[in-house]
Design a binder for this molecule. Structure first.
Ligand SMILES: [Zn+2]
Length: 183
């Protein structure tokens, strides 16, 4: 079988409640020509009772290309996905690798679509070189007075039990925050 990512090759899709999606169409964003699944390339996956689709549509009339990211429910209602197209495609490809987990991921998808990435994030743990000098203990761990980052001494600032730091700060042992001195 010839590999293809044309959306019409994923159709028809039958939901558990018996309804079938045979065709998908969408007007061209530029000229209004009705485009069909055969004009779209990407990925479509059945997630429990939703069909998720992420594709790039190519208009045969005006040659405009545009992204299509949507979820179709088992009553054939179409919802737009607010995630950027490339992320949504990546997400669906991930599901392709682990289809058994698809249902579990579906709830996560709704969450991801709603929330942009938080500005504050938990950094990956890094074991920075640390001072021998210990200024105290917390949760049975010694608190080094400073750490060395790129040859610079960065002094201890505070403890964050949940390990959240601001931009420009460093996290050690999951809870000690080091902050460069203001110059
Ligand atoms: Zn067009």
């Amino acid at each position: 079988m010839r590999p293809t990512n044309r959306i019409d090759h994923f159709l028809p899709v039958r939901f558990k409640n018996g309804s079938v999606v045979k065709q998908f169409s969408k007007p061209c964003v530029k000229c209004g020509q009705m485009l069909h699944a055969r004009h779209m390339h990407g990925i479509a996956r059945l997630l429990d009772d939703h069909l998720a689709m992420a594709a790039t549509a190519h208009c045969p009339a005006c040659h405009t290309q545009f992204g299509v990211a949507c979820v179709i429910d088992n009553e054939k209602r179409v919802r737009r996905v607010v995630l950027p197209l490339f992320l949504f495609k990546l997400y669906l490809r991930t599901l392709a690798v682990h289809p058994a987990e698809a249902a579990a991921h579906e709830a996560a998808l709704a969450e991801v679509a709603k929330q942009p990435a938080p500005a504050e994030a938990k950094p990956a743990p890094v074991d920075y070189p640390r001072a021998d000098e210990v200024i105290g203990r917390y949760a049975d761990k010694p608190i080094p007075a400073h750490i060395i980052v790129d040859g610079r001494t960065v002094p201890f600032d505070r403890i964050e039990a949940d390990g959240r730091v601001n931009a420009g700060e460093y996290l050690l042992d999951g809870c000690f925050v080091y902050k460069p001195a203001q110059s």
